[in-house]
Write a protein that binds this ligand. Structure first.
Ligand code: AMP
Length: 451
């Protein structure tokens, strides 16, 4: 063996092999799969995603929301300060990495903190102190995957940042998510509402809550025993049977709110009543993240679709800006999980609106006609006509079969004869009729038939 890093002299003849080579063991290459809890969105799924984007697109216009996208990685401190160190999201679920430059970054577990950071960094308040923003992007939480819970999932987020802490905007945020669910065709929508107070009333409420749960410390699940020290409010939304039972005797925050929080919450509910949006008060609704104050809400559906869990949720977060190092600034927002919206739509057998297929299917017979196809596609594209094809298939019948599978209505057939005569056969696949027209009139004839 030459010593390491010594270049091999390729001019030297290779030594003749004297030993017999062992027969190679066949090692089957391991099939690679997506990381656990992360899903591909396959072509067949996209009509559902497009529908969600389309409905949201209309809502965005109606409510004058501006799109914002932030990096998928942020400094880990943003999440620690914004979401809170004692939260499950930060403590257990973050994908954290150290870059080659030594920075510690984390994959975005939620959208709000990044948007707040961008608001401050780019001084969006200079444009207008009230910013109505929305985002549609993937989030990452290293949670235990199960139905309706992935490690990578997409959220539509809506944030109303700046201005004054007005219950009007709490109600408008809730209305936006209510519209989204309704316009997607979901029924039996349930809205749960609660208030988790402010710095004035929360500490004394939390002390009372601790007192209640300390009396039952031995009956708490392992998670709640830990939460009692780090984030006592979260004891209220534990799903373990024993902890759910202990909620019975727990103090209700709505009876302990200070007068300002009480008036704020009453006003939010008044707006909802005015909008005729039904809601349930739920004292166990506290949400997982530290930055919430006052109003918290959550949407789900009852009956088919409820198995996916909450579809959307959010609340007011008047302290977030301070927590990430700015002056206090009121804000309210929420997020809906797109995978869950789609799963609920499927469970409720929502049908997608039928779209008229505006494509034509290009068919060639023979090499000479294939040569012309790129030019024909270009001509059709310039005229705004969408083209599908399966030019790798040779025979007319196999190409027609693909066109049938694709559900395309018109096929344009180019054989040797048509190329020679500068014409094309336009075949209506749904009616099984066809006509030969001169190439010059191809666009005009196709448009006429697609109308
Ligand atoms: P959150 O950011 O926890 O307030 O969640 C807002 C919404 O995002 C929820 O109501 C769900 O629809 C969705 N969501 C949250 N976590 C997950 C997850 N692990 N997998 C899928 N969707 C999720």
């Amino acid at each position: 063996m030459p010593p390491r890093n010594t270049p091999i002299d390729l001019t030297m003849p290779f030594k003749k092999r004297t030993t017999k080579r062992e027969p190679r063991k066949k090692v089957k290459a391991k099939t690679l799969t997506a990381p656990r809890g992360m899903e591909d969105i396959l072509p067949a799924e996209w009509p559902w995603w497009d529908r969600v984007a389309e409905v949201m697109g209309k809502i965005v216009e109606a409510y004058d929301l501006r799109r914002i996208e932030t990096p998928v990685l942020e400094r880990v401190d943003l999440w620690k300060r914004g979401v809170g160190e004692g939260t499950d999201v930060v403590e257990k679920e973050m994908y954290t990495l150290r870059t080659k430059g030594g920075e510690v970054l984390a994959l975005r577990p939620e959208g709000t903190s990044g948007i707040a950071r961008a608001y401050l960094e780019h001084r969006l308040d200079k444009i207008s102190s009230l910013q109505k923003l929305w985002q549609m992007s993937p989030m990452f939480r290293h949670d235990r995957p199960q139905a309706g819970r992935q490690r990578q999932f997409w959220q539509i987020g809506v944030e109303i940042m700046g201005g004054v802490s007005d219950p009007f905007y709490d109600a408008q945020t809730i209305l936006i998510f209510e519209r989204l669910l309704q316009d997607l065709g979901l029924v039996n929508v349930v809205l749960k509402m609660n208030s988790i107070g402010c710095r004035v009333c929360r500490p004394s409420y939390v002390r009372e809550l601790e007192k209640h749960y300390k009396k039952h410390a031995k009956e708490l699940c392992e998670n709640c025993t830990h939460r009692l020290k780090t984030n006592p409010l979260r004891l209220l939304d534990c799903k373990e049977e024993g902890c759910v039972a202990l909620r019975e005797g727990a103090p209700n925050f709505l009876n302990k709110l200070c007068s300002a929080c009480s008036a704020h919450f009453a006003s939010v509910l008044e707006y909802l009543d005015e909008l005729k949006i039904p809601y349930e008060l739920d004292q166990s609704l506290v949400r997982g993240l530290d930055y919430y104050s006052r109003t918290v809400f959550e949407f789900s559906v009852a009956g088919p679709g409820e198995e996916v869990g909450a579809l959307a949720g959010g609340g007011r977060y008047d302290y977030l800006f301070e927590m990430i190092g700015s002056k206090p600034m009121p804000a309210v927002g929420g997020a809906a999980g797109i995978e869950r919206l789609i799963a609920a739509m499927k469970s409720q057998e929502v049908t997608l609106p039928k779209k008229k297929d505006k494509r034509v299917f290009l068919i060639h017979v023979g090499e000479a006609s294939k040569l012309k196809m790129l030019g024909v596609i270009e001509e059709l594209r310039k005229a705004g006509i969408c083209v599908a094809e399966s030019l790798s298939k040779e025979s007319l019948s196999s190409q027609l079969k693909v066109a049938g599978r694709e559900g395309v209505r018109l096929a344009l057939i180019f054989g040797q004869k048509e190329i020679f005569e500068e014409s094309v056969i336009i075949r209506d696949l749904s009616e099984s009729t066809q006509e030969t027209v001169p190439m010059k009139r191809m666009i005009e004839e196709v448009k006429k038939r697609l109308k």
